[in-house]
Design a protein around this ligand. Structure first.
Ligand SMILES: C[S@@+](CC[C@H](N)C(=O)[O-])C[C@H]1O[C@@H](n2cnc3c(N)ncnc32)[C@H](O)[C@@H]1O
Length: 216
């Protein structure tokens, strides 16, 4: 999948001194550099364990919480936003999370070039940017080519868990994932902790929708 259009626009935002320090001091140790070559999870985590990738971990509270709750699973978070990356690095260090590492790069490229086909036990996509304006819809991550890529990277039986508080994007996600031959809707909705972005949506009265699929 070659994507000319990215699903994010890098706004610097405010990086706190603590986030800056985390980026400078912790990224080399707790981050994984983007390289267009297949990553060996065993070399990263020092063990064989189910691997889950999260796209757009934001400030990382939920990401760290899930990793802490599931010590038997290894997690890779992918995020481009500097303050969010700094914030999650701090959490990984403070909570000594040996099963969570982070890549600061475009997740579509990470998936395509660093993850082996069939390598993922799960893929998390919690509240991807909804790009509500029609002229921006092309920036939405969930498109047919993305669904095919995601399905290919999942192991048979592996899950894809997406959530959004934007009803019309939820419909697009359902349409796109339903149309992907390698994905089947899961009967049980997946459980997950509340995310930061979700809390904002809920305060605004948005309805949240979770979509869970299994790789056939
Ligand atoms: C609306 S926020 C949601 C963050 C978090 N999942 C939550 O629920 O609080 C979406 C995040 O996805 C990140 N993002 C968007 N496109 C991305 C991409 N292609 N690769 C990595 N991160 C991306 C953005 O930087 C942003 O932090």
């Amino acid at each position: 999948m070659t994507r000319g259009i990215r699903s994010y626009v890098l706004r610097q935002g405010r990086t706190t001194p603590a986030q800056r320090r985390a980026l400078d001091e912790l990224l080399p140790a707790l981050g994984l550099a983007y390289r267009p070559e297949i990553l060996q999870p065993r070399a990263v985590f020092g063990r064989e364990a189910p691997l889950v990738l999260e796209i757009g971990s934001g400030m990382g509270e939920t990401t760290a919480q899930i990793a802490a709750e599931q010590p038997g699973t290894d997690f890779i978070a992918v995020e481009v936003h500097g303050p969010g990356v700094g914030s999650l690095l701090k959490r990984i260090a403070e909570q000594r999370l040996a099963n969570l590492r982070l890549i600061r790069h475009d997740a579509a490229e990470v998936l395509e070039h660093m993850i082996a086909d069939g390598a993922l036990a799960g893929l998390h996509l919690f509240f991807p940017d909804p790009w509500p304006k029609k002229r921006h819809h092309k920036r939405r991550l969930v498109q047919p080519a993305f669904a095919a890529l995601a399905a290919r990277k999942l192991a048979p039986g592996g899950y894809l868990h997406a959530a959004t508080d934007w009803p019309e994007y939820a419909e697009q996600m359902a349409r796109v994932f339903d149309a992907e031959p390698l994905l089947a809707r899961a009967v049980q909705p997946g459980a997950r902790p509340l995310t930061k972005f979700e809390q904002r949506g809920l305060k605004l009265g948005h309805e949240v929708r979770d979509l869970v699929y299994r790789r056939r």
